[in-house]
Design a binder for this molecule. Structure first.
Ligand code: NAD
Ligand code: G6P
Ligand code: MN
Length: 443
């Protein structure tokens, strides 16, 4: 019998919470639950999602204790895992992160370029606060963090909480590997043995093999030349938003920069920023698409369920894409030694790259945390790009810790998405005004 686990979802009012709750209930054979709690610092949002989730749990797994709260002590006491997905400033600030750079002709994106830097400056304090609560009330617990921008958050936790039990992870490589499996006609990404290295939202697959060791890269590369990562399944999916379709298709061009590897979709913002800007509508960005789409759908559905008093006919679906987070908890809880991509300190695993950079590489996961796997030396093209990007991330964390205007100006100037120090300064000054409530004061 596997020992039952107590889990806290921090950012419990998130649009992803109901489908993750359904998934947790569905996968109890892998990760049995004693207790499930939700925590958010927005009481109204938390109550709407919390009441709907209470119905889901009551109907599907009444033996699991369930509650939601905005009280840190109640939330963080007696737990084994914190699954953290907060968005400091919510979608209203994501909209600013996207629109302010675009106003200056620069990529406006949630995690890349100046928008990602701005989001990082908001997230650091929020995530560090969650870690402090966890250590105060459940010192043996682990935090599985996928709050964005994961690269900057991971660098901040490395610096500010070096001994904390925090694991930073991203679902983008996992989502792309699902596309690889679909392209190959395989039932799941779990059939694939992969090698990958890079930074978060900034990496490359160097090998994709089946369980017998057969090289599957050539077949995917052939497909990618025509369709990018838009698998036949995705191409016919009516729920796929236009912006994601474009991103998957654009891999066609992103991949040409290095025909020996396969790239993360996010590299489009660094290789083709001019094209991305030309295709963006500065008055209607991804944040608007999400607020009008996913956010509205999720909150309308929560309110519908609560009003009718049951969830038997719910439109919420099990969030299969989030199953990596359960695999991760399970690996730690039951010492499975599963191999997963994590964002960890390099420490020579990429042998010719900065020792203390936070890199995304395969790791083995067990009861004592992660053991990174050795990558070896990487080529000049990737190394150069990564050195520049990691400097952006480190300078952003410096700026947050020191309250330094200069460091943040350097960070934005350093981003490959930004053409000059003048443009960087103009964007920075607008971002400072927009983020007054959230950023430390900069001198
Ligand atoms: P959302 O705005 O719907 O939900 C985030 C919630 O966090 C909100 O309810 C908000 O009130 C809450 N929150 C904000 N600051 C908080 C704090 N200091 N303490 C507690 N709660 C706080 O956002 P979403 O689109 O559901 O995304 C949630 C997070 O997950 C974001 O950071 C997003 O970027 C991230 N995400 C990461 C991945 C990944 O692979 N790493 C994938 C998807 C989403
Ligand atoms: C992927 C990335 C996440 C990012 C999300 C944005 O899942 O890995 O880090 O937050 O995409 O998706 P959205 O639908 O909110 O634009
Ligand atoms: Mn991600």
């Amino acid at each position: 019998m596997l020992q039952k686990q107590s889990i806290l979802i921090a950012g419990g009012g998130s649009t992803f919470t109901p489908e993750i709750v359904l998934l947790l209930l569905e996968r109890q054979a892998d990760l049995p639950l004693k207790e499930l709690k939700l925590y958010d610092n927005d009481a109204k949002r938390q109550a709407i999602v919390g009441e709907a989730c209470a119905l889901l749990v009551k109907e599907r797994a009444p033996e699991v204790m369930f509650s939601y709260t905005t009280d840190p002590k109640e939330a963080f006491s007696n737990i084994d895992f914190v699954m953290a997905h907060i968005r400091v400033g919510k979608y209203a600030m994501r909209e600013q992160d996207e629109k302010i750079p675009l106003k200056h002709g620069v990529v406006g994106q949630e995690t890349c370029g100046p928008g990602g830097i701005a989001y990082g400056m908001r997230s650091i304090g929020g995530v560090v606060e969650l870690i402090k609560y966890m250590e105060q009330y459940s010192p043996n617990a682990w935090m599985l963090n996928y709050s964005n921008p994961a690269a900057i958050v991971a660098e901040a936790t490395r610096r500010l909480c070096p001994t904390s039990k925090v694991i930073n992870i991203c679902d983008m490589p996992i989502g792309i590997e699902e596309n690889f499996a679909a392209i190959l006609g395989l039932p799941s990404r779990k059939e694939l043995d992969i090698r990958y290295y890079g930074l978060n939202h900034f990496g490359w697959w160097t090998s994709i093999r089946d369980q017998e060791g057969k090289d599957l890269m050539p077949e995917i590369q052939e497909y990618t030349k025509k369709h990018g990562y838009l698998s036949p399944q995705l191409a016919s999916d009516p729920h796929l938003d236009a912006s994601w379709r474009e991103t998957f298709e654009m891999v066609k061009d992103v991949a040409t920069l290095d025909p020996t590897t396969l790239p993360n979709t996010y590299l489009k913002y660094y290789f083709y920023p001019d094209r991305v800007v030309a295709h963006s509508n500065p008055h209607h960005t991804r944040a608007n698409e999400v607020m009008e789409g996913r956010e509205k759908r999720v909150f309308d559905e929560c309110q519908r369920l609560v009003a009718q008093g049951h969830a038997k006919d719910t439109h919420f679906e099990i969030g299969a894409h989030a199953s990596y987070i359960i695999d991760l908890a399970r690996a730690i809880a039951y010492n499975t030694k599963e191999r997963m991509l994590l964002i960890v300190e390099n420490r020579g695993n990429i042998s010719n790259f900065t020792w203390d950079a936070m890199v995304e590489i395969p790791c083995l996961l067990g009861a004592n945390g992660y053991e990174p796997l050795h990558v070896g030396a990487i080529p000049t093209f990737q190394k150069g790009l990564m050195e520049q990007q990691v400097a952006v991330e480190k300078l952003t964390v410096d700026a947050w810790i020191e309250g330094s205007y200069l460091k943040l100006w350097q960070a934005i100037t350093m981003s490959k998405t930004v053409p000059s120090a003048d443009v960087a300064k103009a964007i920075l000054d607008d971002l400072i005004t927009a983020n007054k409530e959230y950023w430390p004061a900069l001198k």
